[in-house]
Design a binder for this molecule. Structure first.
Ligand SMILES: *[C@@H]1O[C@H](CO)[C@@H](O)[C@H](O)[C@H]1NC(C)=O
Ligand SMILES: *[C@@H]1O[C@H](CO)[C@@H](O)[C@H](O)[C@H]1NC(C)=O
Ligand SMILES: *[C@@H]1O[C@H](CO)[C@@H](O)[C@H](O)[C@H]1NC(C)=O
Ligand SMILES: *[C@@H]1O[C@H](CO)[C@@H](O)[C@H](O)[C@H]1NC(C)=O
Length: 363
């Protein structure tokens, strides 16, 4: 009986220990899940919360980011330090909904389902901002956005909050510069390859007359860290936009070309539109030439004429290209614009028509 009496009691203890361990584990797991839900109301990762100032009354303007753009760009900066914009409280905590002065809604995360928009009644003085950096071609379901928003925030210069992909800063004094050594001719980085698109068609014509090195998905790989060092060896970069729309001048020129010190060959809105943002001698437009063959001939010509090639960098002595595609900064800008505007009734009944329309298609 001894063995019979002891064995079960040991097993019983073991069993209790096992249960206690399991309970402990579940408790920890539960606490962890709760914590992450609290941090991350939208179910997104890489959310960084603002400084823990939610209860601080010194902030008199609260901007609630309804979603994180693309599910990840929710970093929040101190706008005071970043741009000298004071009293701006930016948060991702949806519990702020009824108190928020403004709500920023990024198109991409809500466009499939209007039910993803706030459901609670909207406080009368609350302003809703529609944010989108994609072109109309890549912005589906725009019609859902009619009669909802009070402000727009896009790359279009007629937006209430204008957030271009980049701009030229004037240097306080002229500077000397050195063009990086060039050993290659034409580069293009492309991730979304659509054989029917005008840019792919143009490229296919162009490559008959000049060597073009293509990087990206389905082509030579180009790791992010080698981006700058690789592209800067080229004389020219094909800054071909994925779709052609007024003011849609993207990081293809600001990052891939200007940041790497290559001369951009652009395909996009008309030259006049580019010239609103960048000097006329800082780029080559495909429209400047009747055909891809003639563009290729011109590039060969520049390749053999160092002085003329260098003239495409002259603007660098007094201008500095700045990349603007930085969400944390755009949030601060939104705050700044709205803080300054008296709260008046303002609405955008036909947002889709406005955005698809493209305004006056001139420079
Ligand atoms: C933001 O920056 C300003 C200026 O540097 C500082 O005075 C302020 O305390 C900062 N706010 C927070 C919430 O950290
Ligand atoms: C630029 O170069 C010129 C000639 O070498 C020199 O005289 C001038 O001081 C330089 N300027 C700056 C800002 O470095
Ligand atoms: C916020 O408060 C400051 C002073 O504390 C004031 O100057 C500013 O006008 C207020 N802004 C808003 C939007 O109420
Ligand atoms: C914002 O626009 C919505 C939708 O048209 C409207 O109902 C609301 O009253 C507007 N709010 C303000 C403050 O203009």
């Amino acid at each position: 009986m001894d063995s019979n009496g002891q064995t079960p009691s040991i097993t019983w203890k073991k069993f209790l220990a096992f249960i206690a361990f399991q309970l402990g584990f579940i408790a920890i797991l539960f606490a962890y899940v709760q914590m992450s839900m609290k941090i991350d109301p939208g179910g997104y990762d890489s959310v960084t919360l603002a400084d823990p100032v939610d209860k601080d009354n010194s902030f008199n303007f609260t901007l609630l980011l309804w979603t994180c753009p693309f599910g990840k760009f929710c970093r929040i900066e101190n706008c005071s330090r970043l741009l000298g914009i004071h009293n701006c409280h930016i948060t991702v905590e949806r519990s702020w909904y009824s108190k928020a002065d403004a709500i920023l809604v990024h198109h991409r995360e809500v466009h499939r389902n209007p039910k993803k928009l706030p459901k609670e009644p909207r406080p009368p003085s609350q302003r809703w901002i529609w944010a989108n950096m994609e072109s109309p071609t890549n912005s589906p379901n725009l019609d859902f956005m009619d009669n909802l928003f009070n402000f727009t925030m896009t790359y279009r210069r007629d937006s209430d909050i204008f957030t271009p992909y980049g701009w030229m800063e004037v240097l306080p004094q002229p500077q000397n510069f050195t063009i990086p050594p060039k050993s290659k001719l034409v580069a293009w980085v492309v991730s979304s390859w659509q054989s029917g698109s005008s840019r792919v068609k143009y490229y296919k014509e162009l490559r008959k007359y000049i060597q073009v090195d293509v990087y990206g998905r389905h082509h030579s790989p180009l790791p992010w860290v080698e981006h700058l060092s690789t592209l800067s060896q080229y004389k020219f970069y094909l800054a071909f936009e994925n779709s052609i729309h007024e003011d849609y001048i993207t990081e293809k020129i600001w990052r891939n070309a200007f940041l790497t010190w290559t001369v951009p060959v652009v395909l996009g809105p008309p030259r006049k539109n580019y010239e609103r943002y960048i000097p006329s001698d800082s780029f080559i437009h495909v429209d400047d030439f009747p055909s891809a063959q003639e563009l290729a001939m011109f590039l060969h010509e520049l390749d053999g004429d160092t002085l003329r090639y260098q003239s495409y960098f002259r603007w660098r002595s007094w201008l500095k290209p700045v990349r603007g595609m930085w969400w944390a900064m755009n949030f601060c800008k939104a705050c700044q614009v709205l803080q300054k505007k008296p709260i008046q009734f303002q609405t955008i009944p036909e947002l889709s028509k406005w955005f698809k329309g493209g305004g006056n298609v001139t420079g």
